[in-house]
Design a protein around this ligand. Structure first.
Ligand code: DX5
Ligand code: ZN
Length: 220
């Protein structure tokens, strides 16, 4: 079985001591740092932008996994790449020129990912799957941390896993939303290999290190 990759979503971290939270997550064995960018239009919430990516870049060498939930992402790709993003994932919804967006991400030396909202079917990936390094299957509707995992997404993960296997492609499936030690193994069995976790890392009573261990230990 291939090794699971844990991407810590700093949306749930304490912004007053982000550096300490990231360092603790890193020491506990988190693999990537997930940065959720929200503009109040594509999703109702507003979160953070390139300045936060730049601040993270200065304090960690872990890959910065930037998830754009914004209208017109093309306009901001250079800014995120310059800030130090390693991966940039964009939604397939509401993007009439998705190939251009993906090509632009690659031209900026970042690894492109494509994101599907819960209401977007797996087949919509058909025209783009060969172009991306990662497919992010949202397991909640984007916009907020701390929402409940949508178990209906398991079938979609399985379908995308089959699609990727039929292409003999190394494309990774990432899941994001409501990932806990209970839901992580279910998505792993369906084919997910990258797990975004916010609340289940940064908002657990026993602290970040214990929470990361519980997530990592949930697959046997
Ligand atoms: C939701 C974001 C997620 C969010 C996940 O729109 O894309 O990355 O931070 O939070 P949890 O893990 O708390 O569900
Ligand atoms: Zn996210």
């Amino acid at each position: 079985m291939s090794t699971p990759i844990l991407s810590a979503s700093i949306l749930a971290a304490n912004f007053a001591h982000l550096e300490a939270d990231i360092h603790e997550a890193e020491q506990a064995g988190v693999d990537w740092i997930h940065v959720d960018v929200m503009d109040g239009h594509f999703v109702p919430n507003i979160s953070m932008g390139p300045l936060v990516v730049e601040a993270c870049r200065k304090i960690t060498a872990l890959p910065l996994d930037v998830h754009l939930m914004i209208e017109d992402p093309d306009q901001y790709l250079e800014d995120f790449a310059a800030a130090g993003a390693n991966r940039i994932s964009v939604h397939i919804e509401d993007n009439p020129n998705i190939h251009r967006t993906i090509q632009k991400i690659r031209s900026l030396n970042c690894l492109p990912g494509i994101v599907l909202n819960p209401g977007t079917p797996a087949w919509s990936l058909h025209e783009v799957i060969r172009m991306v390094d990662l497919v992010l299957v949202m397991t909640v509707n984007p916009g907020y941390g701390g929402q409940a995992f949508l178990s209906e997404m398991i079938e979609k993960i399985t379908e995308i896993q089959r699609m990727i296997a039929s292409l003999s492609s190394p494309t990774l499936i990432q899941v994001d939303g409501g990932i806990t030690p209970r839901t992580l193994p279910i998505t792993y069995t369906a084919g997910a290999r990258v797990f975004v976790a916010g609340n289940s890392i940064f908002k657990q009573g026993d602290g970040i290190t214990t929470a990361v261990r519980a997530l990592k230990g949930s697959i046997h």
